[in-house]
Design a protein around this ligand. Structure first.
Ligand code: 4FV
Length: 246
C-alpha cells in the first residue's frame, strides 16, 4: 500500500506520519508515503494556488491546474493501477472502519487535502474518484483527515501490527465498541481490576469482554447495534448485561 498526499503543508504529513505504528510501517517498507505540493506545480512567478470565488463570498478557492498536475505527478511516479484518488472534504462519505477496510485493499491511495474555503469543483469532478469526510464539522485543512486515513488503513495492512489479531480486536472491527482494558496494579485507590480478568479462565474472560462490548455499545451507541446481527449467545449476554444495569 502506498499513500500519495497532495498538500500545501508537506511537513505536516511526513512529520505526523513518522511516529508509532505508521512510522514503523513506513521504515519497514510495508507502506509507502510521498507528499506532493501543488505549489510546486504552479506556472506563475507568484506560485498561485488559490483565487477569489466566482459569485463572490468570503475566502479563497484552490485552483484546478496545480492540483491536476500534482495528482498527475503522483500517478506518474507509480505505475500502480489499483488506485483511488480521494478528496477529503465535509461533502464526502463519512469515514468508517468498513470504508477503510475496503480502501486497504488498494495498492495506492492519492489523498487530496484542501485548504481555504475549498477546491474548484471541476477538479473534484474530473480528477477524484470519491470524497470522504471525517465528520459533520469543519476543520482548516484536509491534512488531518488524510493522516487519519493513513493511520487507520496502515493498521489493516498485514504485518503492520504485532499480530494481525490485534486489528481484529480493534473496536468497530466487529461493529461493536471495545471492552474496557486494565493493567497493573491489580488494586488502586481508584478501583480494582475485575476478578474475572485475574482468574485465567480464558473462556470466562472472552465471555466477559464480549458482554462488556455489547453492553457499552447498547448504552453508548445504540445506532451501531442496529447495524449488527447478534448471535444467540451475544443476545443472551446483552440481556444479562441489561438486567444487571437496571
Ligand atoms: C474536512 C472534513 C474539512 C473544509 C474547507 C478544509 C475543510 C477546508 N475534510 N473531513 N470534515 N475540510 O472540514 O475532511 O479547505
Amino acid at each position: 500500500m502506498r499513500f500519495d498526499v497532495i498538500s500545501l503543508f508537506p511537513e505536516m504529513i511526513s512529520d505526523a506520519a513518522s511516529y508509532g505504528v505508521t512510522g514503523r510501517a513506513i521504515e519497514r517498507g510495508l507502506v509507502g508515503l510521498s507528499v506532493w505540493n501543488p505549489r510546486d506545480y504552479t506556472l506563475d512567478k507568484h506560485r498561485t494556488v488559490d483565487d477569489r470565488p466566482y459569485g463572490g463570498g468570503p475566502g479563497m478557492v484552490m485552483k484546478c491546474q496545480p492540483l491536476l498536475d500534482a495528482v498527475d505527478g503522483a500517478k506518474q511516479h507509480n505505475v500502480l493501477v489499483n488506485r483511488k484518488v480521494i478528496c477529503l472534504s465535509p461533502q464526502g462519505r463519512l469515514l468508517s472502519q468498513e470504508l477503510l477496510l475496503d480502501a486497504s485493499r488498494y495498492d495506492q491511495l492519492i489523498l487530496v487535502s484542501g485548504r481555504y474555503e475549498g477546491i474548484d469543483e471541476r477538479f473534484i469532478q474530473h480528477a477524484c474518484d470519491e470524497e470522504w469526510s471525517l465528520g459533520d464539522y469543519v476543520i482548516s485543512g484536509g491534512e488531518l483527515a488524510a493522516l487519519i486515513v493513513i493511520d487507520a488503513v496502515t493498521r489493516l495492512i498485514p504485518g503492520v501490527l504485532g499480530d494481525d489479531e490485534s486489528a481484529k480486536q480493534d473496536s468497530h472491527f466487529d461493529g461493536l465498541l471495545d471492552c474496557p482494558h486494565y493493567t497493573r496494579p491489580e488494586h488502586s485507590d481508584i478501583g480494582d481490576v475485575p476478578d474475572v480478568l485475574l482468574g485465567g479462565n480464558h473462556a470466562d474472560i472472552k465471555r466477559w469482554r464480549m458482554k462488556q462490548a455489547l453492553g457499552r455499545t447498547w448504552s453508548r451507541r445504540p445506532d451501531m447495534l442496529e447495524k449488527v446481527t447478534l448471535s444467540a449467545e451475544q443476545d443472551a449476554l446483552l440481556k444479562e448485561f441489561r438486567t444487571e444495569v437496571v
